[in-house]
Write a protein that binds this ligand. Structure first.
Ligand SMILES: [Zn+2]
Ligand SMILES: [Zn+2]
Length: 363
């Protein structure tokens, strides 16, 4: 089967024939029907997120179970599933305490090697998934069954960007009706934060992004105001829009330390700054201590939108079905696996919210 292989930092992915891994009794084989190309895949390629090589990238996907091991109980052949880039084992301390986004099995699945290249080299699928492939062998705990008629590409987006962004607003920040929100960085995750804030009933949602296309989409998806940071006075504009206070919740969806500090600066006293973007693993963040103590400003880390995937994936599916969560505007391009490197170029150029790889043979 074909897969997109990461060979080394700053090199294009190699789309090639590989030999799939042998599934175990608690594994499933999933035919990948759609896979979003997420910024975190680019972060592996550019070295921001360290990963053992060679690897099959892709961690935002959905498909159909083609084979299930004899000990698999949660899914069956023919089920539609969304891949969860953090597994939810259901039995560790975190899974039992409503924090399955911190499931201890993450460390296990992300170390697994599955399948090999033509020369015999073992491959590591990203986060135990590797959705840039025709099919994937994954642990049962890494997939969640959903019952819906929604298109594959929508389900794929729920696998990472949508859950991360909507979850950041609904789970991590718990945005309440009437509140004020700023979102810094309006790619796939930022757009999902905007939608989550809208669904939560935020009265003012300020979208901040230098790319005109992203500001346009933000307005279509629920932003009430947009700011181009190139204008140079973003902070003043946010203050003006919030009666001089600053926002209740500001979300940083880029992962650049200096931007996180600026995002923190948009928050009113007593409000919260939510860190959704992924900074370099070795990056330190700087915050003024007086704002933390005397201003009681909070900094909230956010992994996978604090999601409980077995609760939240079906919940997000229902929100899409009911038209409250709109994903059509987030799928900018439908592409083939062979075009995956073009998708990264488009991402770097700010031309897309999301490119989604779809399986043409099943459309
Ligand atoms: Zn992602
Ligand atoms: Zn667990």
């Amino acid at each position: 089967m074909r897969a997109a292989v990461f060979e080394d930092i700053d090199r294009p992915l190699s789309v090639e024939d590989i030999t799939p891994g042998e599934p175990g009794p608690r594994d499933v084989v999933v035919r990948v029907a759609a896979s979003g190309v997420c910024h975190s895949d680019l972060s592996v390629i550019d070295g921001t997120i360290p990963m053992r090589k060679p690897a099959i990238l892709g961690h935002e996907g959905a498909g159909v179970v083609e084979w299930a091991g004899p000990e698999v109980t949660r899914v069956a052949v023919g089920d539609r599933v969304i891949a969860s880039f953090i597994p939810a084992c259901g039995v560790c301390w975190f899974c039992l305490n409503n924090q399955s986004n911190l499931c201890v099995e993450m460390a296990t699945v992300s170390r697994l090697r599955r399948g090999s290249r033509a020369d015999g080299t073992a491959l590591q699928p990203m986060t135990g998934l590797g959705t840039f492939a025709e099919s994937m062998v994954s642990a049962e705990m890494s997939v969640v069954k959903v019952e819906t008629d929604l298109p594959d590409e929508y389900l794929a987006l729920i696998g990472c960007g949508v859950t991360t962004g909507v979850g950041a607003a609904l789970n991590t920040a718990r945005v309440e009706p009437g509140s004020t929100v700023a979102v810094v960085g309006c790619g796939g995750v930022g757009q999902a934060v905007i939608q989550g804030a809208r669904i939560a009933g935020a009265a003012r949602i300020i979208a901040i992004d230098p790319v005109a296309l992203k500001r346009e989409v933000a307005l279509a998806l629920g932003a009430t105001d947009v700011i181009d940071p190139a204008d140079g006075n973003g902070r003043e504009q946010v203050k003006e829009l919030t009666g001089g206070l600053g926002v209740d919740y500001a979300f940083e969806a880029i992962g650049i330390p200096a931007m996180i500090t600026e995002t923190f600066d948009l928050v009113r006293n007593g409000g919260a700054c939510v860190i959704v973007g992924v900074p370099r693993a070795d990056a330190d963040l700087t915050f003024p201590s007086a704002s933390l103590l005397f201003g009681e400003k909070r900094i909230l880390g956010c992994l996978y939108g604090s999601a409980q995937v077995r609760r939240d994936f079906p919940r997000l599916v229902r929100l899409v079905e009911q038209g409250q969560l709109r994903l059509e505007d987030m799928v900018s391009r439908r592409i083939q696996l062979d075009d995956v490197n073009d998708a990264f170029a488009a991402m770097r150029a700010g031309e897309v919210i999301r490119s989604v790889i779809v399986d043409e043979h099943h459309h």
